[in-house]
Design a protein around this ligand. Structure first.
Ligand code: ADE
Length: 228
C-alpha cells in the first residue's frame, strides 16, 4: 500500500509514522507513506495556499491551484484507488470503512484547514470524504493519522500476532472482553478464576459472554445494528 498525504502542516504528521507499529510497517516495506507539503505546490511568492472566501465571512479557504498541482503530479505517476478528503462533514469513520480501505493499493489523503477547501476540489478531485467524529479539529492532519493507523494495522504482516486485529473491538460488531495479566492477585484483587482454569472452551465461552455483556451495557446501538 502507498499513502500520499497532502498537508500544509507536514511537521504535524512526522511523529505518528516514526514510532511503534506504523514505523515498523514502513520499515518492513508493507506500506509507503509520503507526506507532501502543499506550500511546495503554491505559485505565489509567499507560498500561500489559502485565500479569502468569495462572498465574505470569517475564515480562509484552501485554494484549488496548489491542490490541483499536487494531486495531478501524483496521479500522473500512478493510478490511485481513492482520493480522500478529511473533513468533519464526511462519512463517519468506522471499522468496516477501515477494513475496506485496508484492501486498497494507492490512496491520497488531503488534510483540510481553515474553513475548508474550495468546493471545486471536492467536485473534481475527491472520491471519498471521511470524518473521524462529530467534533471539529484544527485541521485534517490528526484525522488523517487516525485513518492511516486504523488501515495500516490491518495489512497482513503489520501486527506480529496476525489474529489480534481480528479480535479487536468492533471486528465482530462487539466490544472486546476484559483482559488480565500477571499477577493473578494484586492487593487482594483477583483475576477471574476461569481464565486460570486452562479450559480453553470455557475461556472462549466466558469471553463471548463478557463481550456481549459489555456491548449491551456500553454500546447497545451496536447490537441493534447487528439484528437489522
Ligand atoms: N478536520 C477537522 N475536523 C475533522 C474531523 N472531525 N474529521 C476529519 N477531518 C477533520
Amino acid at each position: 500500500m502507498r499513502l500520499d498525504i497532502i498537508t500544509c502542516l507536514p511537521k504535524l504528521l512526522e511523529s505518528p509514522f516514526s514510532d511503534s507499529i506504523l514505523k515498523r510497517a514502513i520499515t518492513k516495506g508493507l506500506v509507503e507513506v509520503n507526506i507532501h507539503d502543499l506550500r511546495d505546490y503554491s505559485t505565489t511568492k509567499h507560498r500561500t495556499t489559502d485565500d479569502y472566501a468569495f462572498g465574505g465571512g470569517a475564515g480562509m479557504v484552501m485554494m484549488i491551484e496548489p491542490i490541483d498541482r499536487c494531486i495531478s503530479q501524483l496521479q500522473s505517476a500512478r493510478k490511485y484507488d481513492e482520493v480522500i478528503y478529511m473533513t468533519p462533514d464526511g462519512e463517519l469513520l468506522d471499522q468496516s470503512i477501515s477494513n475496506g480501505l485496508s484492501l486498497k493499493k494507492n490512496m491520497i489523503l488531503l488534510c483540510g484547514h481553515y474553513k475548508g477547501v474550495d468546493e471545486r476540489v471536492r467536485e473534481h478531485f475527491i472520491t471519498r470524504e471521511i470524518s473521524i467524529g462529530d467534533y471539529v479539529l484544527s485541521g485534517g492532519e490528526l484525522a488523517a493519522a487516525v485513518l492511516a493507523d486504523s488501515i495500516i494495522r490491518l495489512i497482513p504482516g503489520v501486527l506480529s500476532d496476525e489474529t489480534s486485529a481480528l479480535t479487536d473491538s468492533f471486528q465482530d460488531g462487539l466490544l472486546a472482553p476484559p483482559v488480565y495479566t500477571r499477577p493473578a492477585e494484586y492487593k487482594g484483587w483477583l483475576v477471574p478464576e476461569v481464565l486460570l482454569s486452562g479450559n480453553q472452551a470455557k475461556i472462549d465461552q466466558w469471553r463471548i459472554e463478557k463481550s456481549v455483556e459489555r456491548t449491551q451495557k456500553r454500546r447497545p446501538d451496536l447490537l441493534k445494528n447487528q439484528s437489522e
